[in-house]
Design a protein around this ligand. Structure first.
Ligand SMILES: CCCCCCCCCCCCCCCC(=O)SCCNC(=O)CCNC(=O)[C@H](O)C(C)(C)COP(=O)(O)OP(=O)(O)OC[C@H]1O[C@@H](n2cnc3c(N)ncnc32)[C@H](O)[C@@H]1OP(=O)(O)O
Length: 251
């Protein structure tokens, strides 16, 4: 059942990403400047993610997970045994995802911020999810169970919550492809609403890398693969890995 979902999601197409006209970037930087220190892909450096940390790993099963979520999680864990897939831990603070060696000085001290999809303390009410990376296929999947506080239309997940989990999954994939990145374009077609409490598989992959541009696509399907809930294309832009975002914005 779930194998259909993973296999079906393979045929991801990529519609053209909108290309903007202006000659100068939105940050006032002359277009096309490659970052001073381009970051090499991180596909095989997942080990640092599993290094012991004080922070709680939110991507582990808890009592709010449905049987469907648990079954799918167990199947992906099984596929981690031969190294094909790697479970990606998830923390409440963005900074905790960055290895000490890649952190900028300004990122060494923790601030009172929360990683958006991890901003609720009660289990099961918001984004319950776990991500798995397939380095050889340049794919990141996310098992997602939307909680009752993500409601849009009564009983269904808000389109913004679907956009959030897509942006996070596809963004995680882009990070492993190009290090520090930002979303430049995210285009989503909503095909079927996602019932709250159901479990869906967000399946994203890198389609192409052109200099600083990482093009990706993604499908969100029911766990039996039969129902397509959403499909997306995205463009992420690689940032200069030696400067903080604030420094880059002010340059
Ligand atoms: C660390 C390990 C974690 C592991 C664990 C993983 C699990 C956890 C993952 C969490 C993952 C969270 C992922 C959240 C990701 C956000 O949510 S990011 C927030 C939303 N995005 C933003 O706020 C971005 C705002 N925009 C910007 O900052 C700037 O426009 C950008 C995107 C940095 C680009 O500016 P720039 O660096 O000056 O580059 P610029 O010269 O303008 O453009 C470069 C090229 O891209 C093209 N381009 C730029 N924008 C566009 C566009 N919109 N459309 C088409 N083309 C474009 C330009 O045309 C140009 O092309 P060329 O002329 O060179 O051919």
């Amino acid at each position: 059942m779930w194998r259909n979902c993973v296999r079906l999601a393979r045929g991801l197409g990529r519609s053209a990403v909108l290309r903007p006209d202006p000659k100068v970037s939105r940050c006032g930087v002359v277009r096309g400047l490659s970052p001073a220190v381009p970051c090499s892909p991180l596909w095989n450096s997942v080990t640092w993610l599993s290094q012991a940390r004080q922070s709680k790993d939110y991507a582990l099963p808890n009592s709010s997970w449905s049987q469907g979520m648990m079954d799918l999680y167990s199947r992906f864990l099984e596929m981690c045994k031969d190294g094909t897939w790697k479970r990606i831990p998830s923390y409440s603070n963005s900074i905790d995802h960055i290895p000490e060696s890649l952190k900028l000085t300004s990122e060494k001290e923790r601030k009172e911020t929360r990683f958006f999809p991890r901003n609720m303390n009660t289990e099961g009410v918001g984004f319950e999810y776990a991500m798995f990376l397939n380095p050889s296929e340049k794919r990141m999947v996310c098992l997602f169970q939307p909680g009752p506080y993500l409601e849009g239309h009564p009983g269904f997940a808000h389109g913004g919550s679907t956009a959030t989990i897509i942006d996070s999954t596809i963004g995680g994939c882009a990070i492993f492809a190009a290090g520090r990145v930002m979303t430049a374009n995210l285009s989503i077609n909503y095909r079927n609403p996602i019932p709250l409490g159901s479990v869906v598989l967000v399946d994203s992959k890198v389609d192409q890398v052109e200099g600083r541009k990482v093009f990706l696509s993604c499908q969100v399907r029911s766990i039996d693969g039969q129902r397509l809930h959403a499909e997306a294309t995205a463009l992420f832009i690689q940032l200069d890995s030696t400067k903080s975002l604030q420094q880059q914005m002010s340059s």
